[in-house]
Design a protein around this ligand. Structure first.
Ligand code: 5IU
Length: 269
């Protein structure tokens, strides 16, 4: 299973260039940390990215909450991604029919496919959502995650729905769909020889159990060691920490170290 292999060795199981690059970065930077930068101006996003960039394998964005989103912002986050060596993940959660998501991915004011290496989609509409997004993303070397589970209380992505999400990813093949947003190793059941999925997990925090709107937090160790997930996604736990720039940097390093220690423990090192 994927949980007993190193990130470096798993890079070879992937044909998708973004998945390969991500696993390479994880090994090089000893980081399975993705910071979710949910702040609302371009300069604030870039400030957080400059502070945490060295500690992360990936930066997650919500481009539609940035009030002054622009080409200049895209150029700068792209430059930082090259310089500081991380993947850009736009957490768009596409959820429409194939034709519409194709337009949403390639066009509009955000042209997500032109700058975001990785994005995600709800399997709710059926496999047409994957073929639509793939028609734009594959020629650009982009990758997709399916939302198999969510971190929020009483969400509906459970049981049969989760299993169908995994089945849909297997049917689509590894060219574009490289993994899942999930809380656990959802790909364990029915795993095919030679397949490898990346499981990325939000709802990670060390200081609180949740928020007032249903978010639920677990620790890096619970996510990576107990549940066997590959990437921890941390938002407010890092960018929301009080105490200034240095503190945000320190906190990112703290999560990086905890996430990496849990990975090493999982490998039995
Ligand atoms: N996010 C979740 N849970 C999910 C999915 C996405 O929290 O199931 I799918 C996003 C929402 C937010 C980030 O952008 O991950 C988590 O932020 P906090 O660490 O601040 O709660």
């Amino acid at each position: 299973p994927s949980t007993t292999k190193t990130y470096a060795s798993r890079a070879e199981l992937h044909s998708n260039p973004t998945a390969k690059r991500l696993l390479g970065i994880m090994e090089r930077k000893q980081s399975n940390l993705c910071v979710s930068v949910d702040v609302t101006t371009a300069e604030e996003v870039l400030e957080v990215v400059r502070r945490v960039g060295k500690s992360v394998c990936m930066v997650k964005t919500h481009c539609d909450i940035i009030s002054d989103f622009s080409k200049a912002f895209v150029d700068e986050i792209t430059r930082l991604s090259d310089e500081m060596d991380f993947i850009i993940f736009e957490d768009r959660k596409f959820a429409d029919i194939g034709n519409t998501v194709t337009l949403q991915y390639a066009s509009g004011s955000h042209t997500i496919a032109s700058w975001s290496h990785l994005t995600n989609a709800h399997p709710l509409p059926g496999p047409g959502i994957i073929s639509g997004l793939a028609s734009v993303g594959v020629p650009l070397g982009r990758a997709l995650l399916l939302l198999a589970e969510m971190s929020s209380k009483d969400n509906l992505a459970t049981g049969h729905y989760t299993r169908e999400a995994v089945r849909m990813a297997r049917e689509a093949g590894p060219e574009f769909v490289v993994g899942f947003i999930a809380m656990s190793r959802v790909d364990q059941e029915g795993a095919k020889e030679g397949e490898d999925f990346l499981v990325m997990t939000p709802g990670v925090g060390l200081h609180s159990a949740g928020d007032k709107m249903g978010q639920q937090y677990r620790t890096p160790r619970e996510v990576v060691y107990d549940s066997g997930c590959d990437v921890i996604i941390v938002g407010r736990g890092i960018y929301g920490i009080k105490g200034g720039e240095e503190k945000v940097k320190e906190e990112a390093e703290r999560y990086r170290k905890e996430g990496w220690a849990a990975y090493e423990e999982r490998l039995g090192r």
